[in-house]
Write a protein that binds this ligand. Structure first.
Ligand code: CA
Ligand code: CA
Length: 288
């Protein structure tokens, strides 16, 4: 009976590690037992039990080895011109959230979702909107290596879909360009590559200086108080703010809801969106 319980425990344990990518074992003795319903491998007398890690991969050399890919972690920071204009402060306005207009499904291609309770936070950690993060090749910024939807807080922090955690990517520790895109603001790219690793969460602030983003002062707009924000007005998401963006927004004047035409992100498409922001940005474009 004791042997039966031991084998059962091994079987359950080996099923818990869904992130395991490879599994092998070195032992002086062992075999595979099976019946019609189950199969179990066991080994006897293995001596090497050290855990090894190179910062990217961890190798547990137990009675059954497993290799676990670690994830690189980062906390990007950015500000959006639209909700900063609406709030008039250094914290972005969260009207979309407070009016229950934010979707729990990301508007970007991966369609990530979050719980509705994530939108319960108020104040500096209130969720403003979804953003799109890409990590790009350190030797060629046009090559997107990985991308994911994330959530933007009122104080500029970009967090995972739980509304609080750092972003994680299944990539090796290395240097990457980091880009941030938003559905009606011009995207920004880090001015240089940034070393990211799985041990520490790296803060990537692209809004604290005029040169943090690729293209320097052309990439962001100086909002005062040391905040350089992403530029609003790209209704059609083509990376340029043009007369066509303005003419499209004009057609939607008067509507409310979650819409790219709501340039200042207060929940309504009004003359202010065009006159106060969009028209002042016509001619500007993404710098990457
Ligand atoms: Ca455009
Ligand atoms: Ca508006």
């Amino acid at each position: 009976m004791r042997q039966y319980i031991f084998i059962t425990t091994l079987f359950i344990t080996s099923s818990l590690f869904s992130q395991t990518l490879e599994r092998s074992v070195i032992g002086s003795s062992g075999t595979t037992l099976s019946n019609a319903n189950a199969s179990i491998n066991f080994t006897v007398g293995e001596l090497v039990t050290t855990t090894e890690s190179n910062g990217t991969v961890t190798l547990n050399q137990g009675f059954h080895q497993e290799v676990i890919m670690l994830k690189i972690k980062l906390s990007p920071i950015t500000f959006l011109q639209g909700p900063l204009v609406t709030s008039g402060t250094t914290v972005m306005d969260d009207s979309l959230r407070s009016n229950s207009l934010l979707p729990t499904t990301s508007p970007y291609t991966d369609g990530l979702t979050c719980e509705t309770t994530v939108f319960d936070n108020t104040g500096s950690d209130a969720i403003i909107d979804w953003v799109w993060i890409t990590l790009r090749d350190k030797n060629d910024q046009t090559i997107v290596i990985a991308s994911q939807s994330a959530l933007l807080q009122a104080d500029g922090d970009i967090v995972a879909t739980d509304g609080a955690s750092a972003l994680e990517f299944d990539l090796p520790s290395d240097s990457y360009y980091v880009a941030i895109n938003h559905r009606n603001h011009l995207g920004i790219l880090s001015a240089a590559t940034i070393a990211l690793n799985s041990v520490n969460t790296t803060t990537v602030n692209l809004s604290d200086t005029s040169i943090a983003a690729f293209g320097g002062s052309n990439s962001t707009i100086d909002m005062g108080n040391g905040i350089f924000a992403m530029i609003s007005g790209d209704f059609d998401e083509n990376g340029q703010i043009q007369n066509t963006d303005a003419s499209s927004v004009i057609q939607l004047l008067g509507i409310s809801g979650y819409n790219n035409a709501d340039i200042d992100m207060n929940g309504q498409v009004q003359n202010l969106d065009i006159n106060s922001i969009l028209n002042t940005n016509i001619g500007k474009g993404e710098q990457f």
